[in-house]
Design a protein around this ligand. Structure first.
Ligand code: BTX
Length: 334
């Protein structure tokens, strides 16, 4: 019922809607409407009440809930089912539980805060309350293990392209899928999967986007490497992040993700690779590769059709590097 009331208030575009109209339209009492209005107010919506005129929505907060995400979402698969929480341990964990229970392809899980946000290779992901987009998407592509890396690269293309479309931000991609702004990480992507008979049963794409943190809100040890859209927009363009909505960026990411997902389903992997290269800040750069006990320096030359990074070492040998097993660091920042 809350979503219907919100819809009506939004549709009235800043005009009052009478309590009578809301209650008769919904077939509920005016007290029930009043209770809903109070719940919306508690969530941060600013709603003016007048005993004569009714209710008027005057401010929509930057909150993550299924109504804000689904409103105007132009996708067919991704985001048809959206689960939002104020707190979870990790949205990837929750998404995995849903996937194991058989949820639909494209199911989305979002949380305002993660208590145990995870990065790759067992690392942790700082997920401050209401300051970022902590989101996981369940995908059920009909592919084998060899295509998983491409899907991960495609996700980073979708995020970079969404940043451009929604916020006019030019982000780069550090192989395989860190999204960076001026050499600092603004977003990380963690792909986890379940395999069955050598086919992908499901994938969980975890996307962590720093939105409005101040520098002091990042843990000390990552301050020199992490940034948020808020820090970047302020420094670069003198813009305040409060003029942007996380929900708008989420919708744009989901829409871009559906586009690259469709491209992969059509078998056009080359298109994804070319797009990825446009955003790459790794290719052509010297990189330091950490693989188990081994460390080597080389030049990142290309990525192949499976998304492996092609690195030429100083002695001329060429190595194909798969993500997941290595850490790659640019010698000059990212
Ligand atoms: P990663 O292993 O590439 O990055 C993790 C490393 O990045 C950490 O070791 C730390 O140095 C640094 N770091 C930690 N938190 C942040 C942050 N907020 N911003 C910038 N740098 C940071 C990248 O892993 C993949 C991260 C995926 C996160 C999403 S959030 C939704 C989903 N749920 C979940 O538990 N993980 C994913």
């Amino acid at each position: 019922m809350k979503d219907v009331i919100l819809r009506k208030l939004k549709d009235s575009k800043g005009e009052f809607v009478s309590g009578e109209e809301l209650s008769s339209g919904l077939g509920v009492s005016r007290t029930a409407v009043w209770k809903c209005i109070n719940e919306l107010k508690k969530e941060g919506y600013v709603i003016d009440s007048s005993s004569k005129k009714g209710y008027k929505l005057s401010y929509v907060p930057d909150i993550i809930n299924p109504w804000e995400i689904k409103e105007g979402l132009d996708t067919e698969t991704i985001g048809k089912s959206v689960h939002c929480f104020s707190e979870v341990d990790s949205t990837n964990n929750y998404a995995k539980t849903l996937a194991q229970k058989g949820c639909d392809d494209g199911t989305v899980v979002l949380a305002e805060r993660q208590t145990q946000g995870r990065g790759r290779l067992g690392r942790s992901w700082d997920s401050t309350d209401k300051k970022g987009i902590w989101m996981s998407i369940v995908l059920r592509p009909a592919v084998g293990l060899e295509d998983v890396q491409i899907i991960t690269l495609a996700a980073s293309v979708a995020v970079a392209s969404a940043l451009k479309k929604a916020m006019d931000v030019n982000a780069g991609i550090k192989w395989p899928n860190d999204i960076v702004l001026d050499g600092k990480k603004v977003c990380g992507i963690l792909t986890e999967m379940s395999m069955e008979m050598e086919r992908v049963n499901y994938l969980v794409l975890g996307i962590g986007m720093n939105f409005s943190q101040q520098e002091s809100e990042f843990p000390k040890e990552i301050r020199d490497r992490a940034t948020s859209l808020g820090i970047y927009l302020k420094e670069k363009h003198g813009l305040d992040i409060s003029g942007f909505r996380r929900s708008h960026l989420v919708k744009t990411i989901l829409s871009e993700l559906e586009e690259v997902y469709d491209t992969i389903k059509e078998g056009k992997v080359g298109v994804i690779i070319e797009e990825w290269k446009k955003y790459s800040v790794t290719l052509g750069k010297e990189v330091l590769i950490n693989y188990k006990e081994e460390q080597y320096i080389g030049t990142a030359q290309d990525i192949d059709q499976n998304g492996r990074l092609i690195v030429r070492l100083s002695d001329g040998t060429v190595r194909e590097v798969l993500s997941g097993e290595v850490s790659v660091r640019g010698l000059l920042g990212y």
